[in-house]
Ligand binder design. Structure first.
Ligand SMILES: [Zn+2]
Length: 456
């Protein structure tokens, strides 16, 4: 039995000063007999439900490079930063069945994870067989799907996306979309390369704001027609946010996700010396200072539901460098899973309830894990972060757990750190160091709104 004392317990809707009791991997009511309890002191700390990162890409082949982080290193890094559950993207390759795709991702993750994990399924081949396999995904605990509107090897047509939205809604599942207009991006890319504009900054120029804004509008229109809830993944622009606000005003439900890179960095990063800008090549790219401020404002007002990372790490040496002389060959993606909470606390909000909502509770609810995850209530998994809000430290790649050779936030001073991280009642990380690995389990998710079996 564990007693966490002197802390302030936080949920998305309030705080309370009380002890937290844990036994058998679960949060329990205060027991009659408290003798023999192991005590963790949370003096001057906030106590949160374990953070959830609903958007990671571990152990994925980007076509010409595998991500630097596999499930072993990625989930350990997550834990170091207070994230006790990640949801990664399994991907159906064209011609492949969904079960086969899910088997592949289980093969990579099972037995290797240090935090709990679930999967979304990315649909790249929409047809009658795929449609018939959606219920099997639900029965296997995968209740959310994703589609790409850009990237030729992954994208599906608008009509396919509408059908996917409709079929998923009928099952009580949610669909996320990578919102960039692929044709526009391809045309820009080809033109820039023809003009011999090959440096990393042209990656960003090939994917302008309007590629996202128009795609968000299109996606929300398709979701409206399908009478489906929409999940806009990694929103990066103020214009995209305006489309979401308009959709909400006409009665649509839109789950809005952004990422630390869009809240902390600006497109000045692409002006870095030499090939350094490649470190920030991701899609959508890092935007203007104005976009950043609009998204920060939205996050501070609760208009952003979840902050995930889109963690998709590639080493600068040997991987990002593959795109030297051709920005289109730079593997896309940034690390983030390890530092998300401290970045959000330092740069986006110090409101404990909002922080809890955007880092944990809202994702648990949206993705069918609540209240097993995302809550400090009796019966919930004892995934707990004791958050030292006053700790000040500096992000350094040399100190990180994730297996990548740089950090986009190198030298950033941050405040707030996970002092203790418990996964189902086991103390697994402290002060940014992982002390117990390999305890991660697959989380079988329900459809949104259906309570998970807290005992399961
Ligand atoms: Zn992603």
């Amino acid at each position: 039995m564990i007693r966490i004392k002197n802390g302030v317990l936080v949920s998305g809707s309030g705080t309370r000063e009380t002890d937290l009791w844990i036994d058998g991997g679960k949060i329990i009511e205060k027991p009659a007999d408290t003798s023999g309890a192991e005590v963790l002191d949370a003096e001057n700390c906030l106590v949160f439900p374990g953070f959830i990162d609903a958007h990671t890409h571990f152990q994925t082949d980007a076509g010409w490079a595998w991500t630097a982080d596999d499930f072993t290193s990625g989930t350990a890094a997550a834990l170091a930063g207070g994230t006790t559950t990640i949801i990664d993207f399994a991907t159906q390759y064209r011609g492949q069945g969904l079960n086969e795709a899910l088997d592949t991702w289980h093969g990579r993750a099972d037995g290797n994870c240090s935090c709990d994990y679930g999967f979304h399924m990315t649909i790249t081949d929409w047809n009658g067989i795929t449609r018939d396999q959606l219920p099997e995904m639900v029965s296997r605990g995968v209740t959310s799907f994703k589609a790409y509107m850009a990237n030729d090897n992954l994208r599906i047509s608008d009509d396919s996306l509408r059908e996917l939205l409709r079929a998923s809604a009928e099952l009580g599942c949610i669909v996320g979309a990578h919102c960039e207009l692929g044709d526009l991006v391809n045309r820009n890319r080809n033109r820039l390369l023809r003009q011999d504009k090959t440096a990393p900054k042209y990656h960003a120029q090939s994917r302008p704001n309007r590629a996202e804004v128009m795609a968000v509008a299109r996606f929300l229109q398709l979701a409206w027609e399908a009478r489906a809830e929409a999940w806009v993944v990694h929103l990066s622009t103020g214009g995209g946010l305006s489309e979401i606000i308009a959709a909400r005003e006409r009665g649509q439900t839109v789950l809005t996700e952004t990422c630390p890179q869009y809240l902390t960095l600006t497109n000045r990063v692409y002006d870095a010396e030499g090939f350094e800008g490649a470190k920030y090549v991701c899609s959508p790219p890092i935007r203007s200072a104005r976009d950043r401020l609009i998204l920060l404002d939205a996050a501070s007002k609760g208009a952003v539901d979840i902050i995930s990372t889109d963690h998709c790490s590639f080493n600068f040496a040997g991987q990002k460098e593959l795109g030297f002389g051709d920005f289109s060959k730079i593997p896309n993606g940034l690390p983030g899973v390890e530092h998300r909470a401290s970045l959000v606390w330092s740069f986006a909000t110090k409101n404990p309830e909002l922080f809890c909502a955007m880092l944990s509770e809202n994702a648990a609810k949206a993705f069918g894990m609540y209240p097993q995850k995302g809550a400090l209530e009796p019966g919930a998994d004892a995934d707990v972060v004791v958050w030292d809000k006053r700790e000040k430290w500096v992000i350094r790649a040399t100190d990180q757990v994730q297996n990548v050779d740089y950090s986009p936030w190198e030298g950033f001073p941050v405040s707030g750190r996970a002092k203790y991280v418990l996964l189902r009642g086991e103390l697994c990380a402290r002060e940014g160091q992982v002390i117990r690995r390999g305890l991660g389990r697959f989380v079988k998710r329900s459809q949104k709104g259906k309570a998970t079996d807290a005992a399961g």
